[in-house]
Design a binder for this molecule. Structure first.
Ligand SMILES: N[C@@H](CCC(=O)N[C@@H](CS)C(=O)NCC(=O)O)C(=O)O
Length: 212
């Protein structure tokens, strides 16, 4: 079983979130680039690992982990020295899990639905995130006074949610507010985030030149 993490990635994907997290925990990982254009992510070799044919995925100690939020949570727990998740017996653990799941279960679909301009849903009560407006207002409340979701400690939940916000702002799906833009900036200012951005740009160039 390999201690080195294999990271299945495409630089223009949610893999960027996992990449940032890998840089945060600072353990060895090796990148396997998958080209969307030639459909490498839908080929048997990869769908044997992730039948969804979606990126990202990691393999660590012989176990496959897919779903960006799960990857982020897994890495935070597997490498506690990075200090990105309150320990199980830490009272902040509950808030941490709450916001991590809120990120994956509410913020992510609220932003994607808004970006894709999905038709209004009659039965809002059956929709997990209710409405985009309620979701973002709840997030703003959680970030007040901040600076992070569980207080002073930056956690994997912040990494995940700040990534979603930055992506939403970059695609102009989200109208930034003073709270959300300051939060996204605070997170993006971390050295691991900057390292991941730089490495990602190099990987994008590699993919473009067909040398992966
Ligand atoms: N639920 C997955 C979604 C992953 C996902 O949708 N990845 C996109 C890129 S951001 C993808 O692989 N798209 C390629 C495709 O579906 O063909 C997660 O959170 O990781």
């Amino acid at each position: 079983m390999s201690e080195t993490i294999t990271f299945f990635h495409n630089p223009m994907s949610r893999g960027r979130v996992a990449h940032w997290m890998l840089e945060e925990v600072g353990v060895p990982y090796e990148v396997q680039l998958l080209d969307f254009a030639s459909g490498e992510h839908k080929k048997a070799e990869y769908t044997a690992l992730n039948p969804m044919g979606k990126i990202p995925a990691i393999v660590h100690r012989g176990v496959v982990i897919t779903e960006t939020a799960a990857i982020v949570a897994y890495l935070a727990d597997a490498f506690p020295a990075a200090g990105l998740a309150p320990a199980i017996d830490d009272p902040r653990r509950g808030s941490y899990l709450r916001w991590l799941f809120f990120g994956a279960g509410c913020i992510e679909p609220a932003i994607v639905d808004k970006m894709l301009v999905r038709p209004p849903v009659e039965r809002r009560g059956a929709l997990g995130y209710g409405s985009y407006e309620d979701t973002m207002a709840t997030l703003e409340k959680a970030l007040t006074p901040g600076p992070f979701l569980t207080g002073d400690q930056f956690t994997a939940a912040d990494l995940y949610i700040a990534s979603m916000l930055s992506w939403g702002m970059m695609t102009k799906t989200i109208e930034p507010t003073p709270i959300t833009s300051a939060y996204a900036r605070r997170a993006a200012d971390r050295s691991a985030a900057k390292r991941a951005m730089e490495k990602n740009a190099a990987l994008a160039a590699q993919l473009k030149s067909g040398t992966h």
